[in-house]
Design a protein around this ligand. Sequence first.
Ligand SMILES: Nc1nc2c(c(=O)[nH]1)N[C@H]1C(S)=C(S)[C@@H](COP(=O)(O)OP(=O)(O)OC[C@H]3O[C@@H](n4cnc5c(=O)[nH]c(N)nc54)[C@H](O)[C@@H]3O)O[C@H]1N2
Ligand SMILES: Nc1nc2c(c(=O)[nH]1)N[C@H]1C(S)=C(S)[C@@H](COP(=O)(O)OP(=O)(O)OC[C@H]3O[C@@H](n4cnc5c(=O)[nH]c(N)nc54)[C@H](O)[C@@H]3O)O[C@H]1N2
Ligand code: SF4
Ligand SMILES: [Mo]
Length: 737
Amino acid sequence: MTETVVTFCRICEPLCGMIATVEDGRLTSLRPDREQPLSSGFACRKGVAFTEVVNDPDRVTTPLRRGPDGFEEVGWDEAMADIAARLTRVLRAHGSGAVGWYMGNPAAFSYSHLMGVIAFIKGIGRHSHYFTASTQDTSSRLLASQFLYGSPLSVPIPDLNRTDLLVVMGANPLVSHGSFLTAPRIKDRLREISGRGRVVVIDPRRTETAAAHEWLGIVPDTDAFLLLSLLQVLFAEDLARPGARVRDLGWLRAQAAPFTPESTAGSTGIAPEQVRELARALAGTPRAAVYGRFGTCVGRHGTLTNYLIDAVNLVAGNLDIPGGSVFSTLGIRGQRWAMVVMGALLRRAYRRDRGRIGGFGPVIGAEPAALMAKQITTPGPRRIRALFVSAGNPVLSVPNGDELEAATEHLDLMVGLDFYRTETAAHCDYLLPVTTMYERDDFALTFQQFQATPFRQATEAVVRPPGRARTEWEIIDDLMRRMSKRTPVFAALALLRAALRRLGRRFHPRPLADLIIRLSAGGAGAGRTGLTFDRLTGAHPHGVVVAPEIATGVLGEVLAYGDRRVHLRHPEIAAEIAALAGETGTARYPLRLIGMREPRSENSWMHNSPLLRRGAHRPHRALMHHDDAAGLGIADGAAVRVSSATGSIELPVELTGDIVRGAVAIPHGYGHRGTGGWRLANQVGGVNVNLLMSSEPGDIEALAGMSRLTGVPISVRPAGETVPSTPPTRQARPCAE
Ligand SMILES: Nc1nc2c(c(=O)[nH]1)N[C@H]1C(S)=C(S)[C@@H](COP(=O)(O)OP(=O)(O)OC[C@H]3O[C@@H](n4cnc5c(=O)[nH]c(N)nc54)[C@H](O)[C@@H]3O)O[C@H]1N2
Ligand SMILES: Nc1nc2c(c(=O)[nH]1)N[C@H]1C(S)=C(S)[C@@H](COP(=O)(O)OP(=O)(O)OC[C@H]3O[C@@H](n4cnc5c(=O)[nH]c(N)nc54)[C@H](O)[C@@H]3O)O[C@H]1N2
Ligand code: SF4
Ligand SMILES: [Mo]
């Protein structure tokens, strides 16, 4: 029997509508949904290729236990009983501080996975370690919001539908499809903005997005200088229109005063007249917004940079206005009080719960993943002895994967929840097979407040899980049940589980997601009409636009501070500004490393799809300016050795004029090895760029504990040229193509 099922893609943030074809219970194809009102017939190649992930012969569909001869199949009950027993031993001997969980990027796309992990890792005890991909991605953005608005959950996005001037810093939406911004068909949205106004892309590389719009090349990791000089111009030329809900504007003005465009040009490479022109345009265009993303989050001063992006929007009069930088709230009545309570708790945790290594405070409850290896190997209280990894491949995605690999051997228990035998999973005692997104129900909770057009869509599972795969929620619930006598939270959840069973109901986070849908704009509340989870999947499978535009004038609602004002003055921010000025480069590592995402690659995990490898595919390579290469005697296509103070890798180089001089771009997510069980990915070649990134506490961002993944000082030399006392080198294995 063949049926078509309406659903949506959850690989990346636009959540494009999809039509799945299911034949005899098996997913046979995915195509874009023309009736989804926002993605309206668009899906990228990765989304379509996902059928190959679901049906991948390399997929793990049975629990695996690592034995002396590698992984062997094991039954669920046996696996879970042993995991619970070993975890109990760890808890008894060392307390909750010995337990850690790393939750990777795809978890953000599953409400039940997210809620399950939080219940588990916070419920196991207050000393546990919770790591997420966010310290490789967004923590600095979230912490900037915590400083400015009192809550990390108040994150502004550009009002794409209405803006006439969009300044994009450190994002490449034509390839990434947008981040912290759920806007399907973002290429079209940007083209429309250029049609009626301007899109200016500030990036060290003339990216796909920059090439389609205006490009302003910037020296990597100098955005804070540029933003301070924009503020200096706004104040000096009397262009500041910040509105009434702000405190300590004079303080900000004084902080920015020394950073004239003339003084920052040497750092940024951007001419003073261009800075002035941009500042005037931002203040003079009624609908203008600055949007920063990944590239502005992962430098030396990510929190400061994000703070300054919002400060520029605020001072130019562009915060919380139509076409400006806006807060796409869920529209829940009384949401301000939830903000106030959550904000106070999270601010307190940030101040109080300082980590034992480096002293970093948690940002939305998560601690720096860069320090995970050291948390495993450093003796003392809260040393991690049991580690869970779900939806992540930190051996490739966090700094210094070699250190993490070595550290895993010190663990008493390591459990992976994945459907591939990744480089990280290879070190697990147990690998537990999970469902893919098409085998579970979903509502993309995380991304609701990043919707450029307020929209709701939910889906039921499209096909049944293959083999013995289970959802993360089922696995976590099982474990919490087996350990219900171990912690007060698990005991309380056991009572709730039992009570629900007596009522004939299952214990599951879906009612919570349903409640949020009901309370949000367009929701049914307790009523008979309006949206619920069931009505979204039943009556509105293509999704519902709940408002044509994002509501503005909501700043008072998203401010979590008691005085309902934006707080500009923070000693931490002052210290970061002071630190900026004092930094200099080293002669030994004169170049700056930046990242680069590719259309057919998704972090570390879409390299096993034949469709995505088909045709002209470029090998893993470093992109470098031809003038820089000429000076070093490096020819196009030559193998080079790239070294940092942490490590050294070898790979081919591609020369270009589309990058600022001094910057070198290398994609991440490569370096699959025989240890991983994905056959095609292992043939793809390439090398792990994160071997160049430092995991030393002094090298990660001071306020949010962000890994430093851009602007890293490096040197590039022809491969084979011997350089005395450089760190060990990892060779790129040859590419299959
Ligand atoms: N140098 C450098 N490093 C980077 C970045 C960079 O740009 N440059 N980017 C950073 C960013 S932004 C991020 S988000 C991180 C990403 O890094 P991670 O969070 O570690 O995740 P991924 O590499 O995306 O690997 C995701 C894993 O989840 C599995 N998976 C997919 N779907 C599911 C699911 O539904 N359930 C479960 N349980 N597993 C699933 C996949 O098989 C894969 O093994 O990398 C960061 N690292
Ligand atoms: N095809 C594809 N799509 C993806 C992903 C993927 O791996 N592949 N990953 C997904 C994930 S997890 C995320 S978080 C998003 C990220 O999506 P985006 O936020 O759009 O991030 P990137 O595409 O990495 O683009 C970051 C840009 O910042 C630039 N940059 C680097 N350093 C600096 C700097 O110091 N200053 C400035 N101004 N720019 C700088 C880089 O050159 C790059 O063009 O993409 C998502 N979408
Ligand atoms: S753009 Fe992202 S959400 Fe849309 S189809 Fe591609 S991978 Fe899926
Ligand atoms: Mo990410």
